[in-house]
Design a protein around this ligand. Structure first.
Ligand SMILES: Cc1cc2nc3c(=O)[nH]c(=O)nc-3n(C[C@H](O)[C@H](O)[C@H](O)COP(=O)(O)OP(=O)(O)OC[C@H]3O[C@@H](n4cnc5c(N)ncnc54)[C@H](O)[C@@H]3O)c2cc1C
Length: 480
């Protein structure tokens, strides 16, 4: 047996042993650890880091934020974790907010259709949960440190990655939505938009009574104006209501993304109350107007937009090693269906499993990772883009499906639970034929057959390479 001691790394000496025969991979036989560098400590980086620590992998997280900083940050987002993500958190040992106390159980729906609004309720198979990320992320960062994870606090530039790569077997980049210095190019076939499709006004508010009898999200649509998601959210002062107000650009609600709370809080709240009464009356009627305000002060509001984007899943660095894109950096979805962090967690654990299972991090490694993560991640992206474009004017095929959901509780339950499984939702929405077949399979009755021949060609799921001709028209029209 020949033992070669090579250069020192942060965790000691790396030992190469040649000539040891066994079925076990070399690194396991000699107790060597894989060394993984992760840039970014959001859900993607933390779930991956925690998974790898459970499997004794040597992990270093690079982040520009210390745990103590989160308390003083502006609202980052308003994230709901579905049961599939909660299950992962239980497996990772970070279920600090058990769903029996902090969870919610399904969705109420309100769609302002003409002549009558649609209203219904659907259950999940198991509860979801929303915790303010200014509480959630630092808590998981502490877990990671307690479990032997290493953290380096610094802002990493894309030009730093080659030097960092020397220290690791694999670099994972999960710095959130954005280009990370254009290191990961956009995938044009999956990226039909060059700008946000909604102007967002997002806040955590006090003074909105929770729904009875079941604590639940309410998902609203006001065709021509936008959508709103009301989420029971655990924040610094207990359970309050997050409002994710998604406003069609040029529509009646866009102003909510422009008027600043800080300039005149009372004027902002009056404007918001007026718009809620007009577009989302089922929310407005539960508001105590004397108490209604941002839950923890002026930092509880976020305005802006998200451009749905798919980037290349990995790149080869100049040293021949790979850097893998994970989470929002890989696929950024609009928050209208609450999928981004759930996808980040899903993809993180798959990447973790493949890092543990495989010993060579090359193109073949990435084929396994992408095959396993893409159905859900890209399915969610395509379904979200479909909903964004088809909700704007409540297109007939979507209107028909939502009516069926509103009329039949079993459909409402399946539709709601599929927020856990966006690839199943995309199985249903990917063509008009699929939408009709999905309803028929649950209801045992013929749905929309008379319009099928006409609708078939018209339906173009945006961001789907198979839909390029329609996609080009749709994207071009919107990008203006
Ligand atoms: C309003 C809103 C509502 C949402 N609601 C939901 C929802 O209900 N459900 C859902 O699943 N998703 C939701 N999302 C999406 C969700 O927030 C994201 O998908 C998720 O946070 C992505 O996680 P990530 O780890 O990829 O990135 P991020 O959470 O953005 O984390 C990136 C991390 O990298 C660090 N970082 C960035 N650049 C650098 C650098 N150069 N060097 C070092 N560190 C760096 C940052 O500090 C940060 O900690 C919502 C988003 C928004 C905006």
């Amino acid at each position: 047996m020949k033992v070669i001691l090579s250069e020192p790394f942060t965790n000691g000496w790396v030992v190469n042993i040649i000539g040891l025969a066994s079925d076990e991979p070399l690194w396991r036989r000699v107790g060597l650890r894989k060394r993984i560098g992760i840039i970014g400590a959001g859900t993607a980086g933390l779930h991956l880091g925690l998974y790898l620590r459970q499997h004794d992998v040597d992990v270093t997280l690079f982040t520009d934020r210390r745990p103590a900083e989160y308390r003083g940050l502006r609202l980052l987002n308003t994230v709901a974790h579905h049961a599939v993500t909660v299950d992962r958190e239980i497996a990772l040992g970070v279920d600090h907010w058990p769903t029996d106390a902090f969870g919610y159980f399904g969705h109420y729906y309100y769609v302002g259709a003409k002549p009558e609004p649609l209203r219904c309720y659907g259950d999940y198979h198991a509860p979801s949960r929303a915790v303010d990320y200014r509480i959630y992320l630092p808590r998981l960062a502490e877990d990671f440190l307690e479990r032997g994870g290493k953290v380096e606090y610094r802002l990493v530039k894309s030009s730093d990655i080659l030097a960092l790569s020397q220290r690791f077997d694999l670099m994972v980049v999960c710095t959130g939505k954005g280009a990370f210095g254009q290191l990961f190019p956009v995938e044009p076939a999956y990226t039909p938009f060059d700008r946000p499709q909604r102007a967002l006004c997002v806040g955590i508010f006090k003074g909105i009574a929770q729904r009875e009898p079941r604590r639940a999200v309410t998902w609203y649509a006001s065709p021509g104006a936008g959508e709103m998601i009301e989420i029971p959210t655990t924040t610094f002062n207990g359970m309050q209501s997050a409002l994710v107000i998604e406003n069609i650009i040029g529509g009646d609600l866009e102003i909510l993304a422009q008027v600043r709370y800080d300039d005149d809080p009372r004027a902002f709240l009056d404007l918001l109350l007026g718009k809620l009464r007009k577009h989302y009356p089922d929310c407005a009627e539960r508001i105590d107007e004397r108490e209604f305000d941002l839950a923890n002060g002026p930092l509880d509001i976020l305005q802006g937009g998200v451009t749905p984007t798919v980037r290349k899943s990995h790149v080869k660095l100049a040293d021949g090693k790979l850097a893998v894109a994970l989470g929002d950096l890989h696929v950024t979805v609009d928050p209208v269906l609450g999928q981004g962090a759930n996808l980040a967690s899903h993809a993180a654990v798959i990447l973790g499993e493949e890092i543990v299972r495989q010993d060579v991090y090359d193109e073949r490694f990435m084929e396994h990772v992408d095959r396993r993560r893409n159905d859900r991640v890209l399915g969610a992206h395509l379904w979200t883009n479909f909903m964004l474009t088809h909700l704007e004017a409540l297109e007939p095929e979507l209107s028909l499906l939502l009516k069926k959901v509103a009329q039949h509780r079993e459909l409402a339950d399946v539709f709601t639970d599929n927020f856990n499984y966006p690839e199943r939702q995309w199985d249903c929405f990917a063509s008009v034929e699929r939408m009709h077949a999905w309803c028929e399979s649950w209801l045992g009755e013929t749905v929309g057959r008379e319009s099928r021949a006409d609708d078939g060609d018209r339906h173009a799921p945006p961001g789907h390479p198979a839909a390029e001709p329609d996609l080009g028209r749709a994207a071009g029209a919107r990008a203006g």
